[in-house]
Ligand binder design. Structure first.
Ligand code: ZN
Length: 237
């Protein structure tokens, strides 16, 4: 059955046209997208490398390692959203504002260490018995679904849902390299390899771009008949 479908040239042509019609409007500047995906992988690699380096230096402080770790999360969240915005980055400040918001979300996930420890002391925050709640992927998915459900009340929730997904899940995937993904009530997965977690973050950004182009808080317009896309201002600032 599958073999006969593959041998049918009209089926292959239809499939190709369907895929192209989905991808071409979403990725009008493939080189920009590829460059940003490479930047995500590079920041993942650099962050991991610096953490290993600082672990091997006894004098290096917990604060330094926490700063390296959290700024890597933040930068990866921001770059992932840059993939989502695509060419809109070159046409308006709102796209940059969205990148900053996603950067903040990716960074803010670690706030739960302090909330769970009940103190702002870094030593205690890093010595929790279990993993704090914002690192639970099940909880993140629930928050995304709730935000998506509220989009009828205010359209900004549609965008917020996607930002939570990109910022929060990119953070959790990177943490998953060390501790696995934590999905209550099913427990944790085995730690993700470097290649897997980096690939999944890039895939997350690309899928989010496709969702964004298909109505998650954004509409695309062809400006002046040129192959240039930008997004209509959303109500979220
Ligand atoms: Zn974390």
């Amino acid at each position: 059955m599958i073999l006969s479908l593959l041998q049918d040239s009209s089926f292959i042509t239809t499939m190709r046209q369907t895929i192209l019609s989905l991808l071409q409007p979403a990725f009008p500047s493939p080189f920009v997208t590829v460059a940003m995906c490479c930047a995500i992988v590079a920041v993942c690699g650099l962050g991991d490398h610096l953490l290993v380096k600082t672990y091997s230096i006894k004098q290096s402080s917990r604060l330094l390692r926490a700063l390296i770790d959290n700024s890597s999360h933040a930068l990866i969240g921001g770059l992932s959203w840059a993939v989502v915005e695509g060419p809109a980055l070159f046409t308006g400040s709102r796209a940059w504002l969205h990148c900053v918001l996603c950067t903040a979300i990716a960074s803010a996930v670690d706030v739960d260490h302090f909330l769970a420890s009940g103190t702002f002391r870094l030593e205690k925050a890093l010595k929790l018995r279990g993993r704090p709640p914002f690192h639970n992927t099940g909880l993140l998915v629930l928050a995304v679904i709730v935000c998506w459900g509220l989009r009828g009340w205010h359209r900004s929730f549609s965008l917020l849902a996607l930002m939570l997904l990109v910022g929060g899940l990119s953070h959790q995937l990177r943490d998953g390299h060390r501790r696995g993904l934590w999905v209550l009530p099913h427990g944790s997965s085995p730690p993700l390899s470097a290649g897997v977690y980096r690939g999944l973050i890039v895939l997350l950004a690309l899928c989010a771009r496709l969702l964004y182009c298909r109505g998650w808080g954004m509409a695309m317009e062809d400006v002046g008949g040129r192959e240039k896309y930008y997004h209509r201002p959303t109500e979220m600032v």
